[in-house]
Design a protein around this ligand. Sequence first.
Ligand SMILES: Nc1ncnc2c1ncn2[C@@H]1O[C@H](COP(=O)(O)OP(=O)(O)OP(=O)(O)O)[C@@H](O)[C@H]1O
Ligand SMILES: [Mg+2]
Length: 441
Amino acid sequence: MGVAQTATGVTSAASPGPVPMRIPVGHPPFLYLDRYVNEGTRAYSPHAGYTEARESYRPDSSHPSFHLPVFQLPAEALRVFEANPPQALRALYIRPEGVALCVHPQLLEEAPKDPYLRKTLTLGTSRDPITVAPSSSTRTLYVLDMEDPTRLAAPHHALKVHFPFRISRYGRKMREEVVEQALNVSLELEVGVASLDHRFAFLREVLGVTHLDLEPQAPRGENWGYLVRDMTPFPPVQEARRLVPAHALYGRDFFHPERPPLLMEILAGDPAAGADPRAFLLEALFLPIIRHWVDCFLTFGFMLEPHAQNVLLEVDGEGALRRFIHRDLSLGIDMRRRRDLGLPNEGLNDYNRMEDGTFASIAYDRMMGGHFFDHLLAPVLAAFPTLAPEDFRGPCREEFARLFPDHERYFPRTVHYFSEERDEFGKPLYQDTGGGPEWRP
Ligand SMILES: Nc1ncnc2c1ncn2[C@@H]1O[C@H](COP(=O)(O)OP(=O)(O)OP(=O)(O)O)[C@@H](O)[C@H]1O
Ligand SMILES: [Mg+2]
């Protein structure tokens, strides 16, 4: 694919720039980066630093792991959702003798009256707990005991569990429609990913288990469960690669807060970056992530939420950034775009269907532009006083307009965000901030 020059001199094709960004080899492994190199990033809203997770279950605590209780229930007591799970992975959770239901220990400690927990305890028998470590999102848990011989053949994976306690702005439930929709989205992306940029990859949600609804007449199903996330990026590649969460580029190290951000180490060690940090960072990070957002929106109507916790950088053995791995498929779905494309919707349930551009603005302007890009820029602007935010936002606006000429059909003119008001289920309402967008025209 050819690489065109834009008016700003920044390359603007889907292919990588001539010099890929290199992340120094020898940095800590993914699990450490995800848990511990994230200090100071949760400052993007008045709620972002808030958590009701007990200390021992937080990513930013010195507890290396904890035991996740697992109950085995008869298959007919649960619903199982599948999106092409690797057989060895499926076999860990779905067995002839019963289906596993994983329950966050804080639920057992603090919500003994939860009707679905009671059902779990009444119908279920205890299985061996699983040793897990919290990810940066707290309620998604990395399964650590892969050395157990029965787990050997299964790929590395994570369990996203029901955690009805507030982290940041809202409680982190895993209701059935949420579990099911994440798998629906995963399947559709799996089938269609080849039509996206070759540097787009994602973590598949391959298995979901939920309780049956005890109150089908209620306005919303509160029956919950968990999902299984395959940690092998899709599409798979042959060679070994490592993952670096985007927040680890600018977050501080929990144990070594004096260490400069990884991003500054990258800029200092790369001659191309030193010569022109603006063009380097635009090409390496900002523009590809914008391209992926637009590509995914235009192709599927899916609105990625690329804040720094949801984007992973995949690097090869030499440390070169090869792909962006998008995680967390509980995204918004623009039904207008899907109608315009003539896409079928039978494979989707009603969760997070959107009929206007409000959520597009929240995801793009605030989660990506505000929560992530503005904060990623802060140490760069401090180190290079001749650079200004506009040096980055201008080319991003141009690229957005180039890739998405009819964006006005889908996006509002102003930026939208969560309001402090909530609906009957405690979900934040959306509001028009009245402010103009910065990372799109
Ligand atoms: N830099 C960051 N930016 C945004 N959220 C962050 C960041 N670091 C940690 N978090 C936490 O990650 C979560 C982000 O919410 P989000 O809905 O994307 O994730 P999730 O659905 O809970 O989990 P997962 O990403 O594992 O699917 C919140 O709990 C938030 O506090
Ligand atoms: Mg997330």
